[in-house]
Write a protein that binds this ligand. Structure first.
Ligand code: FES
Ligand SMILES: [Fe+2]
Length: 433
């Protein structure tokens, strides 16, 4: 006899279809999560918890999809896949974005199969059902078909919004509304870099053999940054540490960091650029950390000596020495905005043990490769860093699969990891409530 099935839960399909016993087991894992410690192994390895993540996190929240530079003209689109979902994000004639589920209403084929492109109407490759850019079914001819109401078979729509040139999607019927407040926090920091006047210099897709949460956890700390020699040239090796936590051998670096930060802040005040740290990673639904922080060396960009990597300033920025404006957003993104280029990072879960990490380097739209920037040099630091991070994540995924694994304590410098996990647990529990 099968286990009893819970009554329908209006918010979640998975929660409603799980046998009560299994749901109770999963709920207990969330409830008894030991604060300050990494998660129990099933959070990283179990297919049912992955489905729960897709429902409670990726099905409910605003997800970073890409930037305006990826779809600058009407008809340009990107497809964004995560878990079982595939979305089409399409630039419309009004300058906004249409977000459509990439699932044909005939027999479910993927309508668009490329990662990016340009299109007028959307034509399914299977039987040529044709949809308008808004998703309306406008053509579905078949011999002998008489009564067929096309109005009932539009592509399903989802929510899309653009803030400071970043595009976010949400597939929930009713997206969380506090994203408005989060947007008001980050918009003034990012807008001066004017993403609408940038272009893609390079985009990299890496598949990491790791659960999406391990990818995010790895991003939320720099305790491991000794493993990033190229990045360590740009970041002060004291990143993530605070007064009182500085070991003796780093005191000199700490002083240099403080000096660079105070002259950066002085420049920001002069130019009217915000730089203060806002940190609300687990105190709001659309969790955020944003700040503008100095870079080592010349303080301009992610190069070995801190010098600019593109000769063209972004937007109307007045100075190259603006360090990095860095933003962490829950659940799936982080960003570095320099004066000469921007790097966006999006994590798109594939299954419980694989994630796609998409990194995009953006430069001023009038910057010329080979003249204003050298693509190898522009991408070098983060290409190396991404490969190193992939290896770290994969080490942890392997460990989580071992019967010997048990949760270990986060160190003080890993407080953002704890904040991410805390946010995640809260959000799922709220979904299950
Ligand atoms: S599945 Fe798309 S037209 Fe048949
Ligand atoms: Fe890293």
């Amino acid at each position: 006899m099968s286990a009893p099935v819970l009554p329908l839960n209006s918010r979640g399909k998975l929660a409603s279809s799980l046998p009560a016993e299994q749901l109770a087991e999963i709920s207990a894992l969330f409830e008894f999560r030991r604060k300050g410690y990494s998660l129990d192994a099933p959070f990283y390895t179990d297919a049912t918890i992955f489905k729960m993540d897709m429902e409670a996190i990726f099905g409910q929240h605003w997800i970073f999809a890409g930037s305006v530079a990826e779809l600058p003209e009407p008809g340009d689109y990107i497809t964004v896949d995560y878990g079982p979902y595939s979305l089409i994000v399409l630039r419309n004639d009004d300058g906004g974005v249409n977000v459509l589920h990439n699932v044909c209403r005939h027999r479910g084929a993927r309508v668009l199969t490329e990662a990016a492109g340009a299109t007028g109407n959307l034509v399914c490759g299977y039987h040529s059902w044709t949809y308008s850019p808004e998703g309306n079914l406008i053509h579905a001819s078949a011999p002998g078909e008489a009564k067929f109401d096309k109005n009932c078979f539009a592509l399903k729509r989802a929510h899309g919004r653009e803030v400071a040139g970043l595009i976010f999607v949400c597939i929930a019927d009713e997206p969380p509304t506090d994203f408005d407040e989060t947007s008001r926090i980050f918009e003034p920091y990012l807008a001066p870099h004017d993403l609408s006047k940038t272009k893609i210099a390079y985009q990299q897709n890496i598949i990491e053999e790791g659960n999406w949460k391990l990818v995010m956890e790895n991003n939320r700390e720099c305790y491991h940054c000794d493993g990033h020699p190229e990045l360590a040239c740009s970041l002060f090796p004291t990143w993530g540490l605070t007064e009182g936590l500085i070991p003796a051998h780093l005191e000199e670096v700490w002083d240099r960091n403080k000096e660079a930060q105070s002259s950066l802040e002085e420049r920001c005040r002069r130019y009217g650029l915000p730089y203060e740290v806002v940190e609300e990673l687990d105190t709001r639904i659309a969790g955020i950390r944003i700040s503008r922080e100095s870079l080592d060396g010349e303080g301009e960009s992610f190069s070995a000596d801190g010098r600019r990597l593109s000769k063209k300033l972004l937007g109307d920025l007045p100075d190259f020495r603006l360090g990095r404006c860095s933003m962490h957003l829950q659940p799936n993104s982080w960003f570095h905005f320099q004066s000469d280029h921007v790097i966006t990072f999006g994590v798109f879960p594939i299954n419980e043990h694989q994630s796609l990490v998409r990194t995009t380097w953006l430069v001023a739209d009038d910057a010329v490769e080979g003249v204003d920037y050298d693509l190898e040099k522009l991408t070098y630091t983060w290409k190396q860093t991404n490969l190193q991070d992939k290896a770290f994540v994969e080490l942890c995924q392997t460990g989580a699969g071992s019967p010997a694994y048990e949760p270990g304590p986060y160190m003080k410098s890993e407080y953002q990891v704890e904040a991410f996990i805390n946010w995640y647990v809260q959000r799922v529990q709220e979904h299950l409530a």
